[in-house]
Design a protein around this ligand. Structure first.
Ligand SMILES: *Cc1c(COP(=O)(O)O)cnc(C)c1O
Length: 410
């Protein structure tokens, strides 16, 4: 094994994966369809491009309705808002997630309540949900994070016992299947993001899925200033319900078209991601001291926003995660740090009463600074590239002592 490139050795990749792997995918067929759409002038959210995509996306996830919007933050807001959740209500969210999960209840005037995650999946801890429930609790937003799914069996049982709504945050889990059910169709509403980096990406976009026709209608009206599907000024079948806060969260046909094209190959791509993860974990499980985020306990088809490594073995004590990240970057393997617990985000800390933390989130606090993740697109490479990714990680593990010395010296 050669020395770490950070310490003067040869890098595993001569040219970093970051400059060789392109995301999002592009192809001539999509370009042709985009040109046709452009000349058709049918660019708006009212045409069939959008409804066709929404229907196909919902169907893949076993839901009967899909409502396409501008991003995966407002989808969470719509999911909660459709059930009338607002001021005075509490919504339970995991401490480890993207800000959106907690901002959605905040925007509605409700209070996000942060609970800890499990050490093996980094997804919300069902026992901590139970401990956090009060008479004000109205909903839970489990997040299916990176390459794992929250324990939907337990979460649905808790929700049923306490009469809570479940809005699944599936921003990382396009195409996932939990115990025979499309992800997002197990809770009351599933929320997806199509932000640029996500497993399906189109710059920005979002989707709510549900099999409740009335909730689907409410969500549609929320995103379309109160109009129902097919309605417009002069053609209103039914006014929006009085209790519903409505906005303009409409997206365009261009993004719907790009995403519909991506959808055709999603399941195949997830298969390649899954095979790459198994290949890497089989090898690195034997050659290193690194832990890997466990997949969903009942995952029939695991989605991947990223592949998550946890460097919490005693061997890594005293080595800042930023240094491990830097060492891997110099080897040509671009990995990211995991988001800090969301309650550190400045928006919430401007308003001390804007959230609640019933118990310290000790697992999140301990593991977030010990985790690094590889974006999904870097899993879509051939076996020789996977071998070099593994080689770079093995170097870090074998030369941990040298890294510690380097950290002390600099
Ligand atoms: C990306 C993401 C969202 C939604 O983000 P948008 O940028 O608004 O689409 C929600 N939850 C999680 C966990 C995410 O990663």
């Amino acid at each position: 094994m050669s020395e770490l490139a950070l310490l003067g050795g040869r890098p595993a990749f001569e040219e970093s994966l970051a400059s060789r792997v392109a995301w999002p995918p592009v192809d001539d067929r999509t370009a042709q369809k985009l040109a046709e759409l452009y000349y058709s002038r049918r660019w708006s959210a009212f045409d069939e491009t959008e409804s066709e995509f929404a229907e196909a996306f919902a169907k893949l996830h076993d839901a009967s309705h899909g409502i396409f919007t501008i991003n995966g933050t407002v989808t969470l807001q719509c999911g909660l808002g459709a059930y009338g959740i607002g001021p005075g209500d509490e919504v339970i969210v995991p401490a480890v997630t993207w800000y959106a999960t907690a901002m959605a209840p905040h925007y509605l005037g409700a209070t996000p309540v942060f609970v800890d995650v499990l050490p093996d999946t980094l997804c919300i801890d069902p026992d901590k949900i139970v401990a956090a429930i009060t008479e004000r609790t109205r909903a839970i937003i489990p997040v299916h994070l990176y390459g794992s799914m929250a324990d939907m069996d337990r979460i649905m049982a808790i929700a049923k016992a306490h009469r809570l709504r479940v809005i699944e945050d599936c921003a990382h889990m396009h195409g996932g299947v939990w115990n025979g059910h499309g992800i997002g169709s197990i809770g009351d509403v599933g929320s997806f993001s199509f932000q640029h980096s996500k497993t399906m990406g189109c710059a920005d976009g979002g989707m709510c899925i549900t099999s409740d026709a009335e909730i689907a209608d409410r969500i549609f009206r929320m995103k379309h200033i109160g109009y129902g599907p097919g309605e417009h000024p002069g053609n209103i079948r039914q006014p929006p319900p009085r209790d519903l806060k409505c906005y303009n969260f409409r997206a365009t046909a261009f993004t719907a078209l790009i995403l519909h094209e991506q959808l055709h190959s999603l399941v195949e791509r997830l298969g390649r991601y899954g095979a790459a993860v198994r290949y890497l974990e089989n090898r690195l499980g034997q050659t290193t001291n690194i832990r890997f985020q466990k997949p969903g306990r009942r995952a029939d088809r695991q989605g991947y926003y990223g592949w998550n490594m946890i460097f919490d073995a005693p061997r890594y004590e005293g080595i800042p995660i930023s240094l491990i990240r830097q060492a891997l970057a110099i080897e040509g393997v671009p990995v990211g740090v995991v988001w800090d617990p969301v309650y550190r985000f400045i928006l919430f800390n401007l308003e001390p009463n804007a959230y609640r933390i019933p118990e310290p989130c000790t697992v999140a606090e301990r593991l977030v600074p010990r985790a690094l993740w590889l974006m999904h697109a870097y899993l879509d490479v051939d076996e020789s590239d996977l071998d070099r990714i593994a080689e770079a990680i093995e170097k870090v593990d074998a030369q941990a002592d040298a890294l510690r010395v380097h950290a002390k010296a600099s």
